[in-house]
Design a protein around this ligand. Structure first.
Ligand SMILES: *Cc1c(COP(=O)(O)O)cnc(C)c1O
Length: 403
């Protein structure tokens, strides 16, 4: 086998499809969010980031930065071990208590990322609950798909947000047969939200455990900001709430929250929890400060929703084709991988606007898009510039406008 040839060929095929990923080389600027410096071809320019997953700018807040600096100075750079072997710092304990309280659950458990939280939890439950069948929404994130796959539990993939299909599939098994339903609240590529009440009722009717990924909702929905389950009044009926501290919380890390023994089970048997160094105490301290802030700043959420609604209206008025979304995510349809990449390049190079193209396999072919995520800190002037720039690029490339 000619290995060099193999790698080169596969990469050039990816380039041919317009699916090759090029990272923007950015330097975020404290005090200037959502602006950043962009390093490209030996030059540096200012750009406005419009595809932030730091949805509320918490990663740039003095409050969070201060907590991280203080904890680093007081307790050092790294945790110094796995959770079991000298790596449990008091900040981890405080953060787990805070997260459990946020979701109104007995316990919470930290992981080094949301990805690891999903994968480890689903692998552990799927691999260790005898005969468990996992029912997984077809649009679930890769971290859940891999968790289900590696658990080797039998699975049923149900149609996206389709409670009838879920019900039909669960009805094939006796009520006492162990089941788990894995789904998300906000789906981040289309910005749609699952019918949580209906899914929970269906799951309970079949005596199934419920596993909800609130990665794109924590910090942003509900009066106390703990997610869509809180907003919809179903949090108490969800067995496992999973989320990240890397998006709206603004730092890094993942977690699950649920009943004491279930969480203790994952703590005791989850390899992706046990066999890895715990998060730096500064990260736990920063996330703690962020969650405490988010809990009692509903004003930030109202401003966020207002910004998203305003941007949707502005795009609609300009005939820029947005995919209808009921969340803070504003997907703009391009429908072709190469055009999508070109549009993104033009916005960056000619207009100082950074929106990463989203292509296959993240979304289906023919639905390639620019996924815009306004934050509470994007101004009306930022939006004027964004909409004008999109119109110019759409015209120049001849991309389909809205009907
Ligand atoms: C980003 C993401 C994750 C992974 O979270 P990280 O903390 O970034 O690893 C999990 N689920 C969904 C739906 C995501 O979008």
């Amino acid at each position: 086998m000619d290995y060099d040839r193999f790698f080169a060929d596969r990469l050039s095929a990816l380039r041919g499809e317009g699916a090759y990923r090029v990272f923007a080389d950015l330097e975020r600027q404290v005090g200037a969010f959502p602006k950043a410096r962009n390093y490209r071809d030996g030059k540096v320019s200012d750009v406005t980031i419009w595809c932030n997953n730091d949805y509320l700018g918490m990663g740039m807040s003095d409050h969070v930065i201060g907590a991280m600096c203080e904890a680093t100075k007081a307790t050092g750079a790294g945790a110094g071990g796995t959770r079991n072997i000298s790596g449990t710092n008091h900040y981890h304990v405080l953060l787990e208590q805070e997260l459990a309280d946020w979701h109104n659950k007995d316990s919470a458990l930290l992981f080094t990322s949301g990805y690891v939280a999903n994968m480890t939890t689903l692998m552990t439950l799927g691999g260790r609950i005898p005969d468990l069948v996992i029912f997984s929404d077809e649009k679930n994130h890769n971290s859940m798909i891999e968790g289900v796959r590696h658990s080797r539990a039998p699975k049923e993939i149900f149609k996206h947000n389709d409670v009838e299909d879920l019900d039909r599939r669960m009805a094939k098994y006796p009520k006492e047969h162990p089941k788990l339903v894995a789904f998300e609240s906000v789906y981040s590529m289309d910005g749609d939200i699952a019918p949580l009440r209906e899914i929970v009722d269906c799951a309970k009717a079949h005596n199934a455990l419920t596993f909800l990924d609130e990665v794109h909702a924590v910090g942003m929905y509900g009066e106390r900001g703990s997610g869509v389950a809180e907003r919809d009044g179903v949090a108490d009926e969800i067995d496992i709430i999973q989320a990240t501290m890397g998006k709206a919380i603004g730092v890094i890390g993942g977690y699950i929250a649920g009943k004491a023994d279930l969480i203790d089970f994952v703590r005791s048997f989850g390899n992706g929890f046990i066999f890895t160094t715990s998060l730096p105490p500064s990260v736990a301290s920063g996330a703690l400060a962020s969650v405490r802030y988010l809990k009692d700043h509903n004003d930030l959420r109202l401003r966020h929703q207002e910004r998203a609604a305003t941007l949707k209206r502005r795009f609609t008025e300009a005939n820029i084709p947005i995919i209808p979304s009921v969340s803070h995510i504003v997907p703009v349809l391009v429908g072709d991988a190469k055009l999508c990449k070109q549009a993104s390049d033009m916005l960056l190079n000619d207009h100082g606007i950074y929106v990463q193209p989203i292509n296959y396999p993240t979304v289906a072919r023919g639905t390639e898009r620019l996924r815009v995520t306004p934050t509470p800190l994007h101004t009306d002037a930022d939006m004027d510039h964004l909409v004008d720039s999109f119109m110019e690029v759409w015209g120049r490339l001849g991309i389909q406008m809205a009907a």
